[in-house]
Design a protein around this ligand. Structure first.
Ligand SMILES: [Zn+2]
Length: 572
């Protein structure tokens, strides 16, 4: 047990906005309301206290990321090495940090939970192995389902009830936490060299199924199955000038359901082509603000070299054609695809400058910070360890103006960032980095500091330098264990992993078994991951499915995460 005394606490979920208070860590690694008078004390006078960071959309493990690691030896050559000590394993940081390094670096910045946002079910076992090797962080994972041919065939036949059982079975088989949709229908079409640009176009190879149908159906299934996280959606037409129309249409199609819009920055462009590309952040933010049951993450871009990794195979092929850089394409049997292209965002490139601005514009124009999370779609927009740079840009309008002056004049005329004067407060930073994404993921024990919460706590020294302060916390506690002290790793506990087990009709296995025999290279019996192979994964059972569409719960206004926190306003 430990009393953290006298810090200035930012705990937005419990209405605490910089008040000085104590935080008490109980022996079970959770926050408690009080401790005995003789409990050990750590004096935090003058320090700032946040709940541990939660990354709602990142790529930190699995076949695609590993493929990307192998494709960029030139970037790894410049990467910061981590040497083995008593508390840590060796590794590399760089663009795609190795597994152990990923845990150390996230924790070193105060992030304690991460959602691996794109896992093909077929390679879920590999992903779990890598996530198990990623210390300190608690993890969740979303499985790719919007191009699964068994599911699409059922939608084609109008067998929706059956399709929902199939979806629930795949989530169970992968030991996943949520459902991801990437370029619905487009990745299935890419297997034949095609794409789905329009939401109401028929998916190549089908007679009736459209991306709109896939999106609306999967969003409804996630609601009906009571998954803690809504459909995690990467819209069609990612990255393309003029894709604002597709994104707005997607919001209309998804209306009435909870949906999480991934890396919204990549879906908010106006113009007709690369020569006229402009920001459409204002149109997207206006529509998004009017749909309180939608959430999003920014997918912000920072200038520099990185590697892009996505299941959106057709987009990656186009990016390869545009850049002439290396290109890797992976096909995942009946389920999805994947593309990898190293990329450099350049300040002097007008499309890149527009992208840089759009991510910040969305963060500044979406009026409810509870519904937009800070991400870079790591490693796509920038590596996660550059988050403090974005926090600096959000908190300091003068610094933004300084950076804007470096952009080409033509780019400045196509963005609205110069007009935006909003500056994020520390409370809002705590929301977009922790409280909001925890709520988006439905992780009730994360993102707050009320009694019952996991004692994932980050302590910053107050500093005039925002990036310095957020890059180098003074202390980080994970589940009550001091893991970082003054920049040094003190302990490296294993993280937890959370998965859901939505109920499905057991008869669905009789339907799937022969299809596996016919179409998969892996036998049906060997496909699902046995929970005994993953002792660190905590399986959560959502309530029984409902058959009617429920009124989605708005993401705001803020409410306490747990009944104990609600009945304990003493926290502030
Ligand atoms: Zn992503």
């Amino acid at each position: 047990m430990l009393r953290l005394r006298g810090g200035q606490v930012y705990d937005p979920a419990n209405g605490c906005d910089g008040q000085v208070r104590d935080i008490c860590i109980g022996d079970d690694g959770r926050i408690v309301s009080e401790l005995p008078a003789d409990a050990p004390v750590l004096d935090l006078s003058g320090c700032i206290v946040f709940p541990g960071g939660v990354d709602v959309h990142t790529h930190i493990g699995g076949a695609a990321l590993n493929f990307a690691r192998g494709m960029i030896p030139e970037q790894h050559r410049r990467a910061v090495p981590i040497y083995r000590t008593a508390h840590r394993r060796a590794g590399l940081v760089g663009t795609t940090p190795t597994t152990f390094a990923t845990g150390y670096v996230y924790a070193g910045m105060g992030w304690t939970t991460a959602n691996e946002a794109a896992v093909p079910v077929l390679s879920a076992r590999h992903t779990h192995e890598e996530l198990a090797d990623t210390p300190i962080l608690d993890k969740t994972a979303c499985v790719l389902m919007a191009n699964n041919e068994i599911l699409l065939d059922l939608l084609e036949q109008g067998e929706e009830e059956q399709a929902r059982h199939v979806l629930a079975w795949y989530v169970h088989a992968a030991k996943a936490y949520g459902v991801k949709a990437v370029n619905p229908g487009g990745v299935a079409g890419w297997k034949w060299g095609k794409d789905c640009k329009g939401l109401h176009e028929v998916v190549p190879g089908y007679r009736r199924v459209t991306p709109a149908q896939i999106i609306a159906t999967l969003a409804r299934f996630c609601d009906e199955l009571h998954l803690p996280h809504p459909l995690h959606l990467h819209c069609n037409n990612l990255g393309a000038p003029g894709n604002v129309h597709t994104t707005l249409e997607t919001m209309r199609v998804a209306d009435g359901h909870r949906v999480h819009f991934a890396h919204l920055q990549y879906h908010a462009y106006g113009g007709d082509d690369w020569f006229t590309m402009r920001s459409a952040a204002a149109e997207i933010a206006e529509c998004f603000n009017g749909h309180p049951h939608f959430t999003a993450d920014a997918g912000a871009v920072l200038f520099g070299t990185t590697v892009t990794v996505t299941a959106d195979g057709p987009w990656q092929h186009l990016l390869y054609q545009l850049t002439g850089r290396k290109w890797g394409n992976l096909d995942v049997e009946n389920e999805t695809g994947c593309g990898v292209v190293p990329y450099t965002y350049k300040e002097k490139s007008i499309p890149n400058a527009v992208q840089w601005a759009v991510g910040l514009e969305l963060l500044l124009l979406i009026d409810d910070p509870w519904r937009i999370a800070l991400t870079t779609d790591h490693p796509n927009g920038a590596t996660f360890w550059r988050y403090p740079e974005i926090i600096h840009l959000l908190m300091n309008a003068d610094y933004r103006r300084e950076q804007l002056r470096k952009l080409p004049e033509k780019a400045r005329s196509r963005i609205i960032l110069p007009e935006l004067t909003r500056e994020y407060t520390l409370r809002e930073i705590a929301i977009i980095t922790s409280a909001g994404p925890a709520r988006m993921l439905g992780l009730t024990q994360k993102g707050h500091l009320g009694p019952g919460a996991d004692a994932d706590i980050v302590v910053y020294n107050r500093s005039a330098s925002i990036p310095q302060m957020f890059a180098h916390p003074r202390y980080v506690f994970k589940h009550g264990v001091l893991v970082i002290e003054e920049g040094e790793l003190r302990a490296s506990p294993e993280g937890h992993q959370y998965a859901v087990t939505p109920p499905f009709d057991p008869a669905i296995e009789d339907y799937l078994r022969p299809l596996f025999q016919q179409y998969y290279t892996i036998s049906f019996e060997n496909y699902p991951i046995n929970p005994e192979q993953l002792p660190h994964v905590q399986l959560l059972s959502p309530p029984a499915p409902s058959h009617s569409v429920e009124q989605p719960q708005p993401a705001s206004p803020p409410r306490p995460h747990s009944s104990s926190a609600a009945s304990n306003p003493s926290s502030c």
